[in-house]
Design a protein around this ligand. Structure first.
Ligand SMILES: Nc1ncnc2c1ncn2[C@@H]1O[C@H](COP(=O)(O)OP(=O)(O)OP(=O)(O)O)[C@@H](O)[C@H]1O
Ligand SMILES: [Mg+2]
Length: 513
């Protein structure tokens, strides 16, 4: 249940916040360890240490008291003694009092220093927590001696008791010195030492290490969290910006990003592409539907117009024969010309509105083009147009209605001729790729404005006085019956380029029939 609440809480906040919260929770552990260490652990050790120190202090103090009371009990004799005798007497009392104490407190070493004799008397042994090599043993003794020397000297000079910790981090011991005084003069120093268990220094080393490790963990964790949050928010921001740009312009794409963010942006880009493609297809479908509807209307109207126009034509022909008046002939010509033109329009409308099923056969597009050029070449020459051909050597053959495809080529070539009334150049290229045969017509004629280019395939769009505006519409229709298409574009310098694509194979790689 608790997990559910946390999940709910987190999911209401943004990703960056979630990462920070989780990381904080994780980072809290080393922080707590650090806190515990600095507040409790070291305190605990301090207390243990103090207890140890106090115990040693009590032992040394007890010994001192014993020795002092012994001396004061024999004050008179002591005063009569020579230095030599007195020192021997001290030695005797010390050994006598110290022995039972060290027996009671194993690990405690009690010693006496007689400055006048410069001699040390030692009772008891220190614990050896670790087996020492002879070299180490010797080294340690020297070290203890050196350390003890410093303590003794300081007590002799000050006449005050002293507590110290000596040794190195691996082998430490506590020492407690007390002066033995007669008439205010320090005549001897009694001291005790006790080795600290190595666990003390180990614990301390461990603590120091934990402390540094925790600090490093917190530091690295902090930097890590910052970097992750920064990367995440940066990536998310870039995707967000990219998306809002996409809203305005479908063509704009999300930037390439590393890692998961990259996968997301790639997926979004792919989706946008698919959407764009879908929209294009839908638009195409809508257009086709519109054209089909138009086709029906057009056929009806054309059909109705054809008969009266036929009647008009025959009537005019009769009138021409019967009223043989030379002066009227030019009127007849005008009427005949207009009637012929109307007939052409009607014929084209009918082909467009009621297209018959294509009769497909295996065709070689290069050959087809050649046969079209045989009857258009004269017109090209007449109009002073230089023709260049660039055919693919071997073009895959395709299934197509040869007559219809020829009609397409003728339409495009005638349009080109009409766009170059003062002569020019026409280049025809045939190539192919894995999927299509590609036919390009490049002219350097008058071209057209980019705005008008959008309407070029619309029915009845024409810029010519005698044009029907159906030529390219019909081309488009024929090509879509062949799984092909036609595209028009304005050349950089002058004129236009028409690219026709005819599909060779379907998506499964099969031949298109
Ligand atoms: N090669 C070209 N150069 C410049 N404009 C062209 C070219 N081809 C087509 N057009 C433009 O596209 C319009 C439509 O062409 P389309 O062939 O459909 O009709 P049309 O040529 O006007 O009439 P029709 O083909 O019935 O004679 C043309 O009127 C012309 O403005
Ligand atoms: Mg035309």
């Amino acid at each position: 249940m608790g997990g559910g609440v946390v999940k709910k809480f987190l999911s209401h906040h943004n990703l960056g916040f979630q990462v920070i919260i989780i990381s904080m929770i994780i980072l809290v552990i080393p922080i707590l360890v650090l806190l515990y260490d600095s507040v409790f652990a070291s305190k605990k050790e301090e207390i243990t240490f103090k207890t140890e120190e106090e115990r040693l202090g009590t032992i040394v103090q007890a010994l001192n008291l014993e020795v002092a009371s012994e001396i004061s009990n024999n004050q008179y004799q002591v005063n009569q003694m020579s230095i030599e005798q007195r020192n021997n007497y001290f030695e005797k009392i010390f050994s006598q009092e110290a022995k039972p104490l060290v027996k009671l407190n194993p690990g405690v070493r009690l010693s006496l220093f007689l400055p006048e004799k410069n001699e040390m008397i030692v009772a008891g042994f220190l614990h050896n927590y670790r087996k020492l090599t002879p070299v180490e043993q010797k080294e340690r003794e020297e070290r203890i001696y050196r350390n003890t020397q410093a303590g003794i000297k300081s007590v002799l000079a000050s006449g005050e008791p002293l507590a110290t910790i000596a040794g190195d981090p691996n082998d430490r011991f506590i020492e407690r010195f007390v002066p033995v005084k007669i008439d205010g003069k320090v005549v001897a120093v009694i001291w005790g030492d006790e080795r600290l268990h190595p666990i003390f220094s180990q614990a301390q080393r461990f603590r120091t290490m934990t402390r540094y490790m925790s600090m490093i963990a917190i530091f690295i964790g902090g930097i890590g969290v910052f970097t992750i949050v920064n990367n995440l928010t940066k990536g998310v921001r870039r995707i967000k910006n990219g998306l809002s740009q996409m809203e305005n312009d479908f063509n704009s794409k999300l930037p390439q990003l590393p890692g998961e963010m990259g996968q997301i942006s790639k997926a979004i880009n792919k989706m946008a592409d698919a959407l764009q493609e879908k929209e294009k297809l839908e638009e195409e479908m809508r257009k086709q539907e519109r054209l089909a509807a138009l086709g029906q209307v057009v056929t009806g109207v054309a059909h109705e117009l054809r008969n009266p126009i036929g009647v008009i034509k025959t009537t005019v022909q009769l009138m021409e024969v019967e009223l043989k008046d030379a002066n009227k002939n030019e009127y007849f010509d005008v009427i005949k010309h207009q009637v012929d033109r109307q007939n052409k329009v009607i014929q084209e409308l009918l082909t467009y509105g009621r297209p018959s099923k294509p009769i497909k056969e295996m065709v070689d597009i290069n050959k087809l083009m050649e046969s079209v050029l045989t009857f258009t070449e004269a017109q090209l020459r007449q109009n002073n147009i230089k023709l260049t051909k660039n055919y693919a050597l071997t073009l895959p053959r395709i299934y197509a209605d040869a007559e219809r495809i020829k009609q397409v080529f003728v339409n495009v070539i005638i349009n080109a001729i009409e766009s170059m009334p003062d002569g020019g150049k026409l280049k025809i290229i045939t190539t192919f790729d894995d999927y299509n045969i590609i036919i390009k017509f490049i002219d350097n004629g008058m071209g057209m404005g980019k705005e008008k280019l959008k309407q070029i395939f619309d029915p009845f769009f024409t810029t010519k006085e005698t044009g029907t505006g159906l030529g390219l519409t019909i081309c488009n229709q024929i090509l879509s019956m062949h799984n092909g298409n036609i595209q028009a574009s304005c050349n950089e310098d002058k004129g236009m380029t028409f690219i026709i694509k005819l599909r060779i194979k379907n998506q499964q790689g099969g031949m298109i029939k």
